[in-house]
Design a protein around this ligand. Structure first.
Ligand SMILES: Cc1cc2nc3c(=O)[nH]c(=O)nc-3n(C[C@H](O)[C@H](O)[C@H](O)COP(=O)(O)OP(=O)(O)OC[C@H]3O[C@@H](n4cnc5c(N)ncnc54)[C@H](O)[C@@H]3O)c2cc1C
Length: 510
């Protein structure tokens, strides 16, 4: 192992992060070309220590969960695609090598990532299986000293660029899933088509054909049944959406305030218009929510431990953070008017912000599917509790309990009672908002981790009001889904319906 000691390893955390933040202006999304990041640029980021928090100390890194989160958060404020870039290499690639790699693999990988501008990616999705990974066609076979892996993967970030991969493949007879590191220079991983993505263009995508052999010690030690390890791996990346959303929305809030304060309308500016201020406020409150989700990730979770037991929180975080990012990107673009529809506009970043944020509700498990998982986790535990009122269960469910007092005037019983699949998905979306309220309550009681992340105490009740309003809309949407599916009595459909509820209606204490 050739670990030459990097002086960045000896800085204290505040110095390390300050140094990183002070030196990334050139990577700003307003300036960086919309194309895969050059190696020369990556080298600058590696020299600033972008990978070090995800590398264990014994291999020359800083080994810090909190710094892994902070680097992604800071990067996402500058440039959301590069926040995603950082997350994939650190949280998806390096974290799994650290957690489950053989010692010889760790030495080889960490030596490379400490010293060189190299990239690691994750290859799960296939043209015929995205949401349903169990239908994966890529297989592995024992082949003497090696494993042979064959199949097709697509939509991998860094398809053409990655130097290292973690590949998921299925044993054709035993139906077991296994995870392998692969070094691209060993051959057999070929990008046969480059995809032209709408956004996140600093990462490249494509269709990849695999016919490769990996040494036996490149297999990761992952022993859960079926796709349990894939779920744990994805927990970590789903949590990371809190870091990306927090950085991204802080930036959008700053940009939106600047835009409306400088854009002249008549004798004043856009900021003089009540509705414009309301929309800017919505962006700010979405930031406050994601700031709370982020603090929860940074302070209560740990990327250096197994995250299986944090499944509920990671699903809720991903769904809520990504939906608030998208909503705010649309609001910000609207506030920028026609110039917001212009690529490379001189005074705003709205076009790229929207195209970059758009895919967050789709990848990493599409939100609709994740909402279904979230609701099923909740329903299973609710049924096991023997309680009859979902609200009472929420009051005892650690992830949601702090939201209890805000929900006493909303009736969830009819949604939880034998819901159809569409209502289960909507229930998952409701649960993500309840998780958000609970997290805001926690955050409002705790000290600010740093001045960068400080929010005004007066914003917590406002952010909670935003989420509560969404819960009420989603409860109404459940009703609508039933009507569209024709499950209501025919006479119901032609009569005006009185059951729609509003934020302050008192529909049943339960
Ligand atoms: C920019 C980008 C980057 C990506 N990066 C990677 C990567 O690095 N590595 C990798 O392996 N993969 C990556 N992916 C793939 C990504 O994870 C998949 O696209 C995603 O999981 C969805 O799978 P799918 O595309 O097959 O959609 P499908 O499974 O076909 O789903 C399509 C739609 O059907 C609906 N749907 C599906 N299931 C349900 C349900 N249960 N309830 C309700 N509605 C449902 C949803 O609306 C969903 O969006 C990336 C994709 C994109 C676009």
């Amino acid at each position: 192992m050739s670990v030459s000691r990097n002086p960045l390893v000896d800085l204290d955390s505040a110095e390390f992060l300050d140094n990183f933040q002070r030196n990334i202006d050139e990577f700003d999304s307003a300036r960086l070309p919309q194309e895969p990041l050059s190696r020369e640029s990556l080298r600058k980021l590696v020299e600033l220590g972008i990978y070090l928090p995800a590398i264990p100390r014994e291999y020359g890194g800083r080994e810090s969960h909190r710094e892994m989160c902070e680097v992604i958060e800071i990067m996402s404020e500058r440039n959301l695609p590069l926040g995603m870039y950082t997350m994939i290499v650190t949280v998806l690639f390096l974290r799994n090598v650290a957690a489950s790699g053989d010692d010889a693999l760790k030495e080889e990988v960490f030596d490379d990532f400490v010293n060189n501008p190299v990239i690691g990616g994750l290859a799960f999705t296939e043209p015929s299986s995205g949401s349903n990974l169990a239908r994966m066609q890529t297989t592995y076979h024992d082949d003497g000293d090696t494993y042979r892996i064959t199949g097709t993967k697509h939509w991998q970030a860094f398809s053409e660029q990655a130097d290292w991969w973690i590949i998921c493949a299925k044993h054709p007879e035993r139906k077991e899933f296994a995870y392998f590191a692969h070094k691209r220079s060993d051959g057999g991983f070929a990008t046969t088509e480059v995809y032209d993505s709408l956004g996140l263009k600093n990462l490249g995508y494509g269709l990849n054909t695999l016919d490769l052999r990996v040494p036996r010690h490149y297999r990761l030690t992952k022993n859960r049944e079926h796709l349990g390890d894939a779920a744990e791996i994805l927990c970590a990346s789903r949590f990371s959406k809190a870091a990306m959303a927090s950085g991204f929305l802080r930036r959008l809030n700053t940009e939106a305030v600047r835009q409306v304060s400088t854009r002249k309308i008549g004798d004043g500016t856009l900021h003089d218009i009540d509705y414009v201020r309301y929309k800017v406020n919505r962006i700010k409150q979405n930031y406050v929510v994601c700031n709370a989700l982020y603090r929860q990730l940074m302070l209560a979770e740990n990327y250096y431990t197994d995250l299986e037991n944090s499944m509920f929180a990671s699903l809720a975080t991903k769904v809520l953070a990504s939906e608030l990012m998208l909503e705010s990107a649309i609001d910000y673009q609207q506030l920028c008017g026609g110039e917001g529809y212009r690529m490379g506009a001189p005074d705003n970043i709205a076009a790229y912000a929207l195209l970059d944020a758009r895919v967050y509700t789709v990848f990493d498990g599409t939100n609709d599917l994740l909402c279904q998982h979230l609701a099923n986790l909740f329903l299973r535990q609710f049924q096991q509790s023997g309680l009859r009122s979902p609200l009472e269960f929420i009051g005892r469910f650690a992830y949601l309990e702090d939201a209890f007092l805000h929900l006493t005037d909303i009736n969830l019983s009819h949604i939880v009672d034998a819901p159809s699949q569409d209502k289960i998905v909507i229930l998952g979306r409701i649960l993500s908002r309840i998780y958000g309220i609970s997290t805001l309550q926690k955050s409002s009681r705790s000290a600010t981790p740093s001045t960068r992340l400080a929010v005004d105490d007066a914003d917590y009740p406002k952010a909670i009001a935003v989420l509560k309003n969404e819960i009420v809309s989603l409860v109404n949407e459940c009703e609508l889904a039933g009507r569209l599916a024709g499950t209501q009595a025919a006479s119901d459909a032609i009569r005006p319906h009185a059951a729609m509820i509003t934020a302050d209606s008192k529909v049943g204490m339960h």
